[in-house]
Structure formats: structure tokens, C-alpha cells
Design a protein around this ligand. Structure first.
Ligand code: LMR
Length: 400
């Protein structure tokens, strides 16, 4: 029956891990998937997570199904983190939320919600470029993703004029996917003033903002600062949607912990929206897994663990920032590259959009055993004090 099925290509991001594992070269470096590594290149489980796991295991909890929309305590803590303790939307109890299978699951439930209630013909505007999976998720939800201008190759910065123009000429009622902070893959975020301009365009043209916040805390090291774009929109009374992930900022990658939420006009509207979340989710996976949500809820609600977590998030962000400086320094001072590498330190978050061409990316893999996505994105977390010189020299070789 399956004789005619063609072999599909590997995933452009996750497929890199497979290729990397097969490479036995001692100097190999994985700059592909955005997952934090310590300075020895090892995955990191946060101390706050280990402590939370211990507390949870001592409670001897059961493994019963949790509600369709997830663990209530986790959901309310996650919302406070995103929208802020003093959010009027939260105080007025008008945010519909469901626990999701991390950020991707949140986007997928969001896409299904859009498709069902805004209609199949809804255009979902995504930044050009965006995380590759955004496009696949929305297409698989039966929606029409379309790019709005975002990254300006000439300045390695934001094309704010193009962005505003595209969103103001979009059909009213379209959705705009906005990376709340630490834009993936470019590492280029709007300034607060630019966010205000984006908000005005969305309001004026009735564009529905769909925030993807997968790196809260990773951009600046401060979870409140990184939520200011989202909070600006919500506090101005706009009905936004939000996909939230705890993969990176709590290091809960494989636990799949996230939320999807919709800010509604009233508590009564919220109840109706929430009822539809349940109807959407039940036939897909019934209810979400409990373990990761318990961990995140403990870390967020236990004052001691929360304090420890915020320090650890800042520590991860700081390590990445110091690797940016070091990589740029090696390229400019030691390799004497004639190119400008200023964007390495200008960009923020987990990634650097290097500007390295797809052909040079192939050479890095084949000749230097350095793995990155073909759009020239590198995960800064893959750089360590031990490999930074080798990475810089290799980048220099392929960009001379
Ligand atoms: C990435 O962009 O590398 C991460 O978000 C991991 C993923 O799922 O693609």
C-alpha cells in the first residue's frame, strides 16, 4: 500500500542533529538546533528544575489524566509570567488558556483555532524570514502563511518601513505572527518605539497579533523586560493570541511544556473561547502530559525556586552574550577578516544570523565539520570558550 510513498527530506533544523551524530571528527561543532549548552558543550538541566523534581517526587502524586486544557496551577503561573502580575486582562479573568505541547503545540492549536473561527482563507503573516516550522504549522492547519518584510540584509537590522507597509496593506482581519523577543532566526528585535508603531498599524488595520514567545528571559536576561512587547499590546486593549514555550528558558525541551492563550473582551467571552479549546484538543491528544507542567508550576510558584530560576536564566543569557563578543573578537582581531561582524554582537537571543551563504554553510560542514542551518543561522549556545577560535577561523576561511 505504501509502495509509492517517496522518501521525504530531513527536517531543515532537527535533521542537522542526525548528520552531526554521524560525524566522528574530533573537532565537530553543532550550531544547528537552538538548545542551550554549557561551556563544555553539554546540555544543561537547571538546578531549579532538579530541585522541583525532588519536591514533586516526594509528594508521591498520582498519574491521573489532567484536564483537557492542562494543569490549572501551571496555566495560571505561566500567564502571570507572560502577561505580568498586574495585568488587567488577568485581573479581569478574560484570558483563555490551555497547556500545550510546548511552543509548536501552542502554534498548532492556535492555527486550528484560527482556521475554525476566522476561516480557512485567513492569511497568517509571518516575518521574512521566520522559524521554518511556523510556515509548516500554519500550512498544515489549512491556512495561508505569507511573509511580511522584516529583515534588512543591507543593514543586518529591521526593515521597519517595509514591515509597517506590509501590515498596513494586509487585508483587515488577517493574523500577524510576531516574535515577542529574540527573533528566530535573525536575532533582530524591534525597539520599544518600533513596537508602538507595529501596535498602531495592527489597530488601524484590524490585524490580529499572534505573539510567539519562546525565549522570554533569553533576550535580555530579564523575563519582564522580554515581555514588554506583548504587554504593550495587551495593556492597550488589543485581543492578542499567544504561544508560550518553556523549552529554552526552563530547559524543558523534551518535557514539551507551553501554553496557548487568547485575550478576550470579557470573562464571559473567555468562557466560550475556552470551551472551544476543549473541543479542538480532545480529538487530537485528549489532554496534555503532566510531568513538565508540574515542574514548571513548582519553579514558578515556589519563591525560592523562582529566584534561583531567574538567576539561572540570566546566567544562560550572559553566557551567550559573552560568546557573541568572543566570536566577533576572534574574527576581527585574530583572523583579521575584512568583513564586518558587528551584527554578531548587535543581534540578541539564542541565534546569530551570520550572513554566511548556503554554499559556505555546505563547506563548513564538509571541510570543517561545523553544522548550521542553510540560511546561515547559528545557535550561539553551541559556541564555547574551547571551540570559538576554531569556529572563527573556519568562518573566516569560507568567507574570505
Ligand atoms: C530552533 O529553532 O532551533 C528551535 O526552536 C528548535 C526547533 O524545534 O526547531
Amino acid at each position: 500500500i505504501w509502495a509509492n510513498i517517496k522518501m521525504g527530506p530531513p527536517d531543515p533544523i532537527l535533521g542537522i542533529n542526525e548528520a552531526f551524530k554521524k560525524d566522528s571528527h574530533p573537532l565537530k561543532v553543532n550550531l544547528g538546533v537552538g538548545a542551550f549548552r554549557d561551556d563544555n558543550g553539554k546540555p544543561k538541566v537547571l538546578d531549579c528544575v532538579r530541585k522541583a523534581e525532588k519536591i514533586i517526587s516526594e509528594k508521591n502524586l498520582d498519574k491521573e489524566y489532567i484536564p483537557i486544557v492542562g494543569l490549572p496551577q501551571f496555566n495560571s503561573e505561566a500567564l502571570k509570567l507572560a502577561y505580568g502580575e498586574n495585568s488587567s486582562a488577568l485581573k479581569e479573568d478574560r484570558v483563555a488558556v490551555t497547556q500545550t505541547l510546548s511552543g509548536t503545540g501552542a502554534l498548532r492549536i492556535g492555527g486550528a483555532f484560527i482556521e475554525r473561527f476566522l476561516g480557512k482563507d485567513t492569511t497568517v503573516y509571518v516575518p521574512g524570514p521566520t522559524w521554518g516550522n511556523h510556515i509548516s504549522v500554519f500550512k498544515d492547519c489549512g491556512l495561508q502563511p505569507k511573509e511580511y518584510r522584516y529583515y534588512d540584509k543591507k543593514t543586518n537590522g529591521l526593515d521597519i518601513a517595509g514591515l509597517l507597509e506590509d501590515l498596513s496593506s494586509a487585508k483587515p482581519g488577517s493574523v500577524a505572527l510576531l516574535h515577542g523577543c529574540a527573533h528566530n532566526p535573525t536575532g533582530v528585535d524591534p525597539t520599544f518605539e518600533q513596537w508602538k508603531q507595529i501596535l498602531e498599524v495592527c489597530k488601524k488595520n484590524s490585524i490580529i497579533p499572534f505573539f510567539d514567545v519562546a525565549y522570554q528571559g533569553f533576550a535580555s536576561g530579564d523575563t519582564n523586560f522580554d515581555a514588554q512587547s506583548l504587554r504593550l499590546f495587551v495593556d492597550s486593549g488589543v485581543s492578542i493570541m499567544l504561544s508560550q514555550s518553556f523549552a529554552k528558558n526552563m530547559g524543558l525541551y523534551g518535557e514539551r511544556v507551553g501554553t496557548f492563550s487568547v485575550v478576550c473582551a470579557s470573562s464571559e467571552e473567555k468562557d466560550r473561547v475556552l470551551s472551544q479549546f476543549k473541543i479542538l484538543i480532545r480529538p487530537i491528544y485528549s489532554s496534555p502530559p503532566v510531568n513538565g507542567a508540574r515542574i514548571a508550576a513548582e519553579v514558578l510558584s515556589n519563591p525560592e525556586l523562582n529566584k534561583l530560576w531567574l538567576t539561572e536564566v540570566k546566567g544562560m543569557a550572559d553566557r551567550i552574550i559573552s560568546m557573541r563578543s568572543l566570536l566577533r573578537k576572534h574574527l576581527e582581531e585574530d583572523c583579521k577578516s575584512s568583513l564586518s561582524w558587528k551584527h554578531i554582537t548587535d543581534q540578541i537571543g539564542m541565534f546569530c544570523f551570520t550572513g554566511i551563504s548556503p554554499e559556505a554553510v555546505d563547506r563548513l560542514k564538509d571541510e570543517f565539520h561545523i553544522y548550521l542551518t542553510r540560511n546561515g543561522r547559528i545557535s550561539m549556545a553551541g559556541i564555547t570558550t574551547k571551540n570559538v577560535r576554531y569556529v572563527a577561523e573556519s568562518f573566516h576561511e569560507v568567507t574570505k
